[in-house]
Write a protein that binds this ligand. Structure first.
Ligand SMILES: O=C(CO)COP(=O)(O)O
Length: 258
């Protein structure tokens, strides 16, 4: 099995202004040490308006924390009021960009087709997509979680060449577990994350599938992270609420100690 460095990423959603972001990242950087960074990659996904401040802090203090955005435009530039381009994010030295988060799909009608266009826009500027997929409660109750999630993967990766897909991060986030306190069981997480890796092997090849990191997201906390990370196909967590508390997020980064 490939040696995949776990990625612990905090999706702040619409929380923390740029001043709060500075305080948060400073506190996080102070708490983390070289041993943490050797074992785990740590990233934050703040709101757009925080990114310049986070960049200045990370560059100025040479921090090992990576950062990225929660979304990007599918378009390159032009008359798209309110949108943020991949070029703008790349200029801010973002490493990551989340694409197709369930809240974007749910509240902004984002389709697999749009996610596919956004994945292409991200690669155009060397950003690493964190592609978010996962089923809602009805689909889960019907037992169709694997088929539903794999269809999202297929749609988002349409026409994406292997050299680009090899760098993607996929976050399996069952919608019923997001912000509900109801975490998927480790077996639930493994079932779908394993199926995603299998689909990557079908779409590309086994070597690529073994190299891609697949995260779990949905009510991850210090108390449940270790069991989820113990699953063979789970390579990190995309953390919402618990990432807003620095102490809690540090414990998640140190999942091996929990
Ligand atoms: O949506 C999520 C991360 O992208 C998960 O959110 P919670 O950790 O708050 O459930």
């Amino acid at each position: 099995m490939a040696n995949r460095t776990p990625l612990m990423a905090g999706n702040w959603k619409m929380n923390l202004n740029h001043l709060e972001a500075i305080a948060h990242v400073q506190k996080l950087a102070f708490a983390l040490n070289d041993k943490d960074y050797e074992a785990v990659e740590v990233a934050v996904l703040p709101p757009f308006t925080d990114l310049r401040s986070v960049q200045t802090l990370v560059d100025g203090d040479k921090l090992k924390i990576r950062y990225g955005a929660q979304d990007l435009s599918a378009h390159v530039s032009g008359a798209y009021t309110g949108e943020i381009s991949g070029a703008m994010l790349a200029k801010l030295n973002c490493t990551y960009v989340a694409i197709g988060h369930s809240e974007r799909r749910q509240y902004h009608g984002e389709t697999d087709e749009l996610c596919n266009a956004k994945v292409k826009a991200a690669y155009l500027h060397d950003l690493t997509p964190i592609l978010c997929v996962g089923e809602g409660l009805e689909v889960r109750k019907a037992g169709d979680q694997v088929a539903h999630t794999l269809a999202q993967v297929d749609g988002a990766l349409k026409d994406i060449p292997a050299e680009q897909a090899a760098r993607i991060v996929i976050a399996y986030e069952p919608v019923w577990a997001i912000g509900t306190g109801e975490v998927a069981t480790p077996e639930d997480a493994q079932e779908v994350c394993g199926a995603i890796r299998g689909r990557l092997a079908e779409l590309y090849d086994r070597e690529l599938a073994d190299a891609v990191r697949i995260q779990y997201g949905g009510s991850v906390k210090s108390g449940n992270v270790a069991a989820i990370m113990a699953q063979p196909d789970v390579d990190g967590a995309l953390v919402g609420g618990a990432a807003l508390d620095v102490d809690e997020f540090v414990k998640i980064v140190r999942f091996r100690d929990q």
